[in-house]
Ligand binder design. Sequence first.
Ligand code: NDP
Length: 520
Amino acid sequence: MLHRGDSVAQNRAHRAGRPPTGPPIAVDNPASDAVVGEVPDMPAEEVVQAVQRARRAQKGWAELDTRARSEFFKRGRRWLLTHRQEIADLIVEENGKTEEDAIVEIVYCASAFAYWAKRARSLLATTRIRSLSPFLLGRDMYTRRAPRGVVGVIGPWNNPLLNSFGDAIPALAAGNAVVLKPSEQTPLTALLMERMTRECGWPEDVFQVVTGAGATGSAVVDSVDFVMFTGSTRTGRLVAARAGERLIPCSLELGGKDALVVLADASLERAVNVTIQGALSNGGQMCTSVERVYVEEPVYDAYITLLHERFQQVTSGRPAGLGSVDVGAVTFPPQLAVMADHVRDAVHKGARVLVGGKAVEGPGRFFPPTLLVNVDHGMTCMREETFGPTLPVMKVADAEEALRLVNDSTYGLQASIIGSDVKRARRLAERFEVGCVTINDAQTNHMALGLPMGGWKESGLGVRHGAEGFHTYTRLQAITTNRFPMRRDMHMIPYNPSAYRFILRLVDAMYCTGLRGRNR
Ligand code: NDP
């Protein structure tokens, strides 16, 4: 068991005395089919033990002040950047994406280390609360935020670093320990992060990785204090149901069917470049990928001509370093069938394939960038998440029709608008039933760690990023102090009618008649 600095072996030695269980899970390179590593399929008992160790480690971690924790983050950030080639190579190897797409993940985590280290202090600060209630005269009140304890992060395979370890960073900054369950498809990058914590001298067991399939994830939900889940809506529902039974909170970042709207006053060059980046970066395997486009009728023909020309120039295939290809492999084997089904259904119902359309022969799993026109909302490709480099484009009469179609979805993660009149675009954005909208951009919001990111409808619950995303990793405690307690307050038992008449006069004066007895 072995990969890159035998992180799995070290991982096991680190937890001495625990025998391997069940057959290991082989990890393949989606761009070559070669097996590049294997990891243990950890049963529930091992997850429980990991959570118990995390619980013990968390106490000391939470007692450190934010400055002390940020020192560990500083070491982590440097490690990340000095080992960037090793990390990028590993992400490319187990996920099949391009090196450029892997670099995005490393840049995200380096900036997350810096950002949350800097912001944690103020986000964890106490807040004074005031009250004019006659029952609270002279009281001193504040809220404080305590860590939840052990946070379970369950990650997907499309971003093995960013959507897994990336969510662990703010959870750790808030004073939690983290147990991370990566996708069985791409577990090696998470284990490399465990090695990072050891080499950077982090307190033992404050960050641990448990490897395995769905059952291991389920065991995480069964034993932690909070779950941060990224993955499919189907599994998200299971996680939420189980968390509900245990009465623990969870945050869910689920699927999407993100739309891009091209308004008639858009710069077509910008529109086409944003479309291609939004639809094809990471091979279209993002919950935030542009998966459907609506173009206002006056610019439809010119937009399609340019998009068609540019789509043909996009290269795809086995990544071999910077600049080798634009679109890499299909990470998760069942996705190939999903992409093929969506294209087949569309063509059957009258769509036209302008570019691509069929999976490419192996070795490796590849689906070429695929451009579809003549599509409508009766087609699966406009309604269900494809999670691949396919893009259906539809002509609409005007922005009102685009709005109706954008909102005609069970998903509500993100959307984009391209147009020159920014005020008009913002007015339209505010009518979209989605959690995030980017104007003249796509996906860029994800890099703004101060900006909450989360889905509406079946795209999720809660947010990551921003104060709200950080506070999700904390529990709120309210402390009320009577600094100058009298022997007895006037409202206390035994009740005194004149005291209550006085209270009512006071409340009247405050909220109804005013001090001079006039109505307010
Ligand atoms: P899943 O939602 O099944 O997997 C996400 C994570 O949850 C993985 O680590 C998985 O483990 C784990 N898991 C699986 N079952 C359970 C369970 N019962 N309790 C707790 N954790 C569990 O997604 P898939 O990998 O199957 O992908 C399917 C679809 O999800 C894709 O086609 C795509 O549409 C969508 N998706 C969305 C993503 C997003 O960013 N929102 C990312 C990836 C996929 P394991 O992988 O080991 O089974």
